[in-house]
Design a protein around this ligand. Structure first.
Ligand code: GLA
Length: 382
């Protein structure tokens, strides 16, 4: 699929700009476990997937930049001297966000042309936006010989998200899309930004995503709100971040939090612990153990952190009743998007068929089901 995508983008770029581009491929990501822990300086366990964005760039001969979103068939032109955020919800913010953040750190860039396209479902919690930002910053780094390290580039991507897309996201998405290794998941310490690769040998099991194809309103404000609450709780406990907090610390500030907020903070503390347990399960090749931890995480996201939704809960409940699915949970920020599932390979077809029908009957709309493989991080395509 990616070869076709690559050829198509080169074709489109040449048609529009009559020159050869530099090409960069940046993958989307999944997260085995460790949800809403990254912005608490905690632990996550993501991996890049075989769905990506490919960006093609080249210097422009005019004094205007031209960016083309091939999938949406939309184009916009902008001057490097007049960069400003757009209203929420447009891909243009990712482009101008990356450019603005590069300008902020003094990168010397001149007008360029860009065409991008991809096969990461949008709004599915697979970090298509991080992939777009990474693909662009990586491509501009190569085009203008900026000599930025991969770490510097992921901060450009993250700041574009904060200041232009207006989501105060953590570093997990950009990190995974930038640094991932094939067939491996990354155990990442979001404070030190040190990571360890763990090869994922799933044997007779397959990672499967089920996309609810819903994205409920307010997911971004709810996300920013959760983050603020976590920061406030850390201050109350006199800790640099929730990563440093234990249940004992939380008990001491019980009176200062509502019961609902107490559960949210408890979830984060417990989830950090589960990530380390999940690493141990992988080391011991205990997939059943990993699956159980995933179900526990879903419970926490649903009942404690309260970022799930009816569609996600329905899918996870169906999986719980299917013995061939050893782990399932909602993934990413929440309020829609995908569940991540570990499914026995022989049952893959029957499972997919059944869940598609059940979901349609329940919600009168279709879910989408994809098997995923783990891929390497952002890189130049020759
Ligand atoms: C979104 C954010 C990430 C992370 C997850 C939740 O994907 O972009 O930084 O916080 O939600 O784990």
């Amino acid at each position: 699929m990616n070869t076709h995508l690559q050829e198509h983008i080169v074709w489109r770029f040449k048609r529009e700009f009559d020159t050869d581009p530099i090409l960069v491929k940046a993958p989307g990501r999944i997260n085995l476990i460790g949800e809403h822990t990254d912005y608490n300086e905690g632990f996550v366990f993501p991996a890049a997937i075989d769905r990506c964005i490919i960006a093609a760039v080249q210097k422009s001969k005019s004094d205007i930049c031209c960016a083309i979103a091939d999938d949406a068939n939309e184009q916009f032109n902008f001057s490097l001297h007049e960069i400003r955020p757009f209203a929420k919800g447009t891909w243009k913010n990712y482009i101008v966000g990356v450019v603005a953040e590069l300008q902020k750190i003094g990168a010397n860039i001149t007008p360029f042309n860009l065409v991008f396209a991809g096969d990461i479902p949008i709004g599915a919690g697979l970090s298509s936006s991080a992939a777009l930002e990474n693909s662009l910053v990586f491509a501009l780094n190569a085009l203008f010989n900026l000599k930025l390290s991969r770490k510097e580039m992921i901060f450009v991507s993250q700041n574009a998200e904060h200041n232009y897309a207006k989501v105060r996201c953590g570093i997990m998405d950009m990190y995974a899309s930038m640094f991932a290794k094939e067939n491996s998941a990354l155990f990442l310490d979001c404070r030190t930004l040190e990571s360890t690769d763990y090869e994922l040998d799933l044997g007779d099991y397959q990672l499967v995503l089920i996309n609810t194809n819903v994205k409920h309103q307010l997911s971004e404000s709810a996300y920013n709100h959760r983050r603020l609450l976590c920061e406030k709780a850390a201050v109350l406990m006199n800790k640099p971040a929730l990563r440093d907090a234990h249940e004992e610390d939380l008990k001491k500030i019980n009176a200062e939090l509502s019961a609902a907020d107490y559960q949210k903070i408890l979830y984060v503390i417990q989830e950090n612990r589960r990530v380390k347990e999940a690493v141990q399960s992988i080391v011991e090749k205990d997939l059943i153990g990993l699956g159980k931890l995933m179900y526990k995480t879903h419970y926490g996201l649903q009942k404690q952190y309260k970022v799930s939704c009816e569609e996600l809960d329905y899918l996870v409940n169906q999986c719980k009743q299917t013995k061939e699915v050893i782990g399932a949970r909602m993934m990413g920020g929440g309020f829609g998007g995908c569940t991540l599932n570990i499914v026995a390979k022989p049952a893959l077809k029957s499972f997919s068929e059944k869940i598609a029908i059940d979901y349609k009957n329940r919600f009168n709309s279709a879910c989408s089901i994809y098997s995923v493989e783990l891929s390497g991080g952002t890189h130049l395509l020759s």
